[in-house]
Design a protein around this ligand. Structure first.
Ligand SMILES: *Cc1c(COP(=O)(O)O)cnc(C)c1O
Length: 292
């Protein structure tokens, strides 16, 4: 399985777009890459996936697909389940439940419970967002696709940009495609959080992507500027991007375009558009309460 690369023009600037959002119907984008290790192997002793994180996480939904394909149970721990997640008839939580996810809401006990959790031998534990070495297998394949594409198109040097959550995708991609540079931005925590995430996977700073700082947008917080960016991207490129990572990513990328323009930049579309349904509902409600 392989995704294609197309040209796009955003605010009159040219980019290549790697359509990893289209790579698989079930798993979106980089979650397919991060879980490919498990897809390509048999695990005869495993009967259940155990993981944890946010209630509308793209990884949570993708794990529910993996469990369903493998005929495994899927146990997921989260801190809080929002009212909106419960009532929504679409989006990651709704779809994961349909795939048979067993959910436990832990509230204040969450951190303590997760840090002391010891999986059984028939359980496969996947850390939050798939921040672990197994992700390297699929991200290496993505990196190889980019290197092959550049070679076939006589492109000697290129940049890659993708927005980071756990930073797992950006790090393994940088490891694979150096000396080409992977640029990223911190969507979930601050810059220090992202650096720490990189160090957890590799102590060699040559492997670390270049961070273009995001000091403005906080993860999943509603912001009209981001909604406008999402709409503009759709109009200008005819591509639907996700609402949590991509508008922040494009904002930061465009702001730093001068720094990157000495060679072509490939933007990795990491998928996640299933989560847009619930996020758009939040915006609708937000806009009806506030007049702009
Ligand atoms: C998960 C995700 C990311 C971030 O991937 P990490 O490897 O955790 O940094 C970026 N964009 C989208 C749409 C995602 O779903």
């Amino acid at each position: 399985m392989k995704s294609h690369i197309q040209n796009i023009k955003i605010f009159n600037k040219e980019f290549y777009l790697k359509r990893d959002d289209l790579i698989d119907k079930e798993f979106s984008g980089n979650k397919f890459r991060k879980l490919q290790y498990y897809l390509d192997r048999d695990f005869p002793q495993i009967e259940c996936i155990v993981s944890h994180g946010g209630i509308q996480s793209n990884m949570m939904y993708s794990l529910s697909c993996l469990a369903k394909m493998k005929n495994w149970k899927f146990i997921y721990y989260t801190k809080n389940v929002s009212q909106q997640a419960i009532i929504s008839r679409e989006g990651n939580y709704f779809s994961a439940k349909q795939n048979g996810m067993e959910l436990y809401e832990l509230g204040a006990d969450y951190n303590n419970f997760i840090s002391t959790l010891t999986p059984h031998s028939n359980q496969l534990f996947i850390s939050q967002g798939g921040h672990q070495i197994e992700a390297k297998y699929g991200i290496d394949i993505l990196g190889k696709e980019l290197l092959d594409w550049a070679e076939n198109n006589d492109i000697v040097n290129f940049n890659v940009f993708l927005p980071s959550g756990t930073g797992t995708s950006a790090l393994y991609l940088q490891q694979k495609i150096k000396p080409n540079i992977v640029y990223t931005t911190n969507c979930v925590g601050g810059v220090e959080y992202l650096k720490k995430q990189f160090f957890e996977l590799s102590s060699d700073i040559q492997d670390h992507p270049y961070i273009l700082q995001n000091n403005k947008f906080r993860f999943a917080e509603l912001n009209i500027e981001l909604l406008e960016m999402y709409k503009t991207l759709k109009i200008q490129s005819n591509v639907e991007f996700d609402l949590l990572y991509d508008p922040v990513g494009w904002h930061v990328l465009l702001e730093n375009f001068e720094e990157l323009k000495s060679c072509p930049t490939i933007y990795i579309h990491c998928g996640g558009t299933l989560g847009n349904r619930t996020q758009l509902m939040r915006y609708e409600y937000f806009l009806s309460k506030n007049s702009y």
